[in-house]
Design a protein around this ligand. Structure first.
Ligand code: SAM
Ligand code: SF4
Length: 347
């Protein structure tokens, strides 16, 4: 259950169903992890032998639909479905179809998904039909051997076919790559040419210290300030005002005309404009990716068929949204800043 309340100012709470946190930030973006399971085992995300939640602990798809719909009623305009690997959850297209209704009524602006791409050849057309128009595909390298090394279980060819299928289905694809020292640090030029050549934006993400993995995170961490300085030796980067309400800062690469994003939780504090909260597949709401505080929404969801208790629990949780996170990779103890894995909270 929830931990100590930090600086709640009730007068700044929800008005007319809106969610406004104690620092005046409107919460309009919900990321939902629909499963903690995955068909890959990326080295920065999971250990090779993960213990996953027992299936009975998971919210059903019906419950996820009800919860997401409650958030839409409370002012969420953008929903991102993530995981674990969201597209490996059984019958997941049912949830997309249900949530797509909120696009039709205009209550929701956007329904998106973050995926490793392994299921896109099968599901790209269905995603488009449900109302999804943009997908983020995580891809750290274009080299087959390195891809195997970083994902442990992934197949690059399948992901590439998935990206083809997504573009063919009419989905706009954005590529996310985690910058991993010694793995893809010599590849960014090739990745820029490849992604921009296919009309896809490319965003680099710094590794974040989330959850126990088998490897040493200080060996993986590559500050994007270093990457950016290196890129500037060969490319012309112009700051771009492209705003997603997210933590990425964008530059235009003049030579390609494409956009490149940098997500730098370790070196840049992006919390002032944070408009998002994260829901896990067990119904816990995390108000910040980098903090342990969470609110249990499963209990109010299951104890009452009407949504009044749920709305109260959501308001109370938003009243505890913290000002920001404080990620560090502790070089002495090598322990993660936050003990849960990214696949639990959803990236
Ligand atoms: N399985 C899907 C995928 O890989 O896109 C969705 C879930 S995954 C947890 C979401 C994003 O988080 C991916 O882009 C992944 O690379 C990123 N990620 C996972 N662990 C991370 C970490 N420790 N630091 C930074 N990014 C991480
Ligand atoms: Fe799976 Fe995504 Fe984590 Fe990789 S980053 S192990 S694909 S959840």
């Amino acid at each position: 259950m929830a931990e100590a309340v930090t600086s709640v100012r009730p007068e700044m709470g929800a008005r007319d169903g809106e969610m406004i946190d104690p620092f005046g930030r409107h919460v309009t973006y919900l990321r939902v992890s629909v499963t903690d399971r995955c068909d890959f085992r990326c080295v920065y995300c999971m250990s090779e032998h993960m213990t996953f939640l027992p299936k009975r602990e998971l919210l059903t798809l019906e419950e996820l639909n009800r919860l997401c719909s409650a958030f839409v009623a409370k002012g969420v305009r953008k929903l991102r479905i993530t995981g674990g690997e969201p597209l490996v959850r059984k019958n997941i297209m049912w949830l997309f179809d249900q949530l797509g209704r909120h696009l039709e009524t205009g209550a929701l602006d956007e329904l998106t998904v973050t995926t490793n791409g392994s299921q896109l050849t099968k599901l790209a057309d269905d995603l488009y039909a449900s109302g999804v128009r943009r997908v983020n595909v995580s891809l750290d390298t274009l080299d087959e051997k390195k891809f195997k090394a970083v994902t442990r279980w992934g197949d690059l060819g399948k992901v590439m076919d998935g990206i083809d299928a997504a573009q063919k289905a009419g989905l706009k694809v954005k590529i996310n790559a985690v910058a991993v020292k010694g793995v893809n640090d010599t590849e960014y030029d090739d990745m820029i040419r490849w992604a921009h050549g296919r009309g896809m934006d490319l965003t680099l993400i710094e590794t974040m210290p989330l959850g126990e993995i088998d490897e040493d995170r200080t060996d993986q961490y590559l500050p994007l300030s270093v990457v950016r300085a290196d890129l500037m030796e060969r490319w012309t980067l112009t700051d771009d005002m492209h705003k997603t309400g997210g933590p990425a800062r964008y530059v235009k690469i003049e030579e390609t005309g494409g956009l490149m994003g940098f997500i730098t939780p370790m070196t840049h504090n992006f919390c002032e404009s944070c408009n998002r909260v994260r829901l896990t597949c067990t119904g816990d709401l995390y108000m910040c990716l980098g903090q342990e505080d969470r609110a249990d929404l499963r209990t109010p969801l299951r104890t009452s068929p009407d949504d009044a208790a749920l709305y109260n629990a959501i308001d109370e949780a938003i009243g505890r949204k913290p000002k920001g996170h404080d990620f560090i990779i502790d070089r002495r103890t090598k322990t993660p800043a936050v003990s849960r894995h990214m696949s639990v909270t959803g990236g």
